[in-house]
Design a protein around this ligand. Sequence first.
Ligand SMILES: NC(=O)c1ccc[n+]([C@@H]2O[C@H](COP(=O)([O-])OP(=O)(O)OC[C@H]3O[C@@H](n4cnc5c(N)ncnc54)[C@H](O)[C@@H]3O)[C@@H](O)[C@H]2O)c1
Length: 300
Amino acid sequence: MTILKDKVAIITGAGRGIGKETALFMARQGAKILVNDLGANPDGSGETKIADQVVEEIKETGGEALANYDSVDSFSGGQNIFKSALEKFGSVDILINNAGILRDKTLFKMEEADWDAIMAVHLKGHFNCTKPFAVYIRETNRLDCRIINMSSVSGLIGNFGQTNYGAAKAGIAGFSRSLSMEMAKYKCTVNTISPGAATRLTIDLMKAAGREIDLDNWTQGPEQIAPIIAWICSDEAKDITNQIFHISQGTVGIMQQPAVIKSFKSKDIWNLDQLNSLMPKLIEAKIAHDDEVSKKGEPV
Ligand SMILES: NC(=O)c1ccc[n+]([C@@H]2O[C@H](COP(=O)([O-])OP(=O)(O)OC[C@H]3O[C@@H](n4cnc5c(N)ncnc54)[C@H](O)[C@@H]3O)[C@@H](O)[C@H]2O)c1
């Protein structure tokens, strides 16, 4: 059984890491793949044609793929990526916004260029690549497409030394929520992934956190993310949209979305005595809610 037979997928940053494993897995499931990758260093500098190797691997196993080396950080790059896929395969069904870089520093040491580069690749990169696909879906009334966006615990929970990356990744979750509403008319689902996998972006961070790295163990490597992305792109997942899936250390989970968990109402404008009394009750409710959610999130 191949769950993505004849689907056309654009995967950005698919030259290595999570993107590469996803491209190989989806090709085995019958998808034709536009393998985009600038071939950048972890900080976004440099260029190499590593996308070619992934295309070769896909072709060796009988699949169809095309390499593209445009950068997702420019509007014209996003247009070219989409155009390459459309010209080669004649249609597009799936977009996986995966390309990524890191410029980790505390805000005290962060330069404007570190902020701008992260915003350009991650947050604007999602806009640059999604816009031509969304317009195509609307203009051709193409139904049942899929958009997968790549967030992170850094943006959804927070991480020391990543104000730039965390802001971009939180922005991506916000982008996805609104986009899922705009694409619903076309039955195009929009879902977000919060991955955790040992790749060149994370191995040093994992070691610093005291984790042992064993790349032969599937629960650590990027290959654990691929089947779940492929499943979300399949017909089986046609009604699943506007969700955040957390995939890490061999687990797959669903994340809560921001919601008001307790509130009070006043007849008149709030006075400071009321706030002295109510604000601690809100914090107490939040702590109790977090405890309950963290118990529910334990793997089954
Ligand atoms: N690995 C994790 O644990 C983890 C955790 C949270 C989020 N993520 C996100 O998952 C995605 C994939 O990360 P990964 O760990 O596989 O990293 P990776 O470095 O292994 O792969 C990222 C790829 O993106 C490419 N790329 C970088 N800038 C580009 C650009 N401007 N245009 C096109 N391609 C570009 C790189 O050349 C690289 O091949 C990223 O968005 C990352 O932020 C990863």
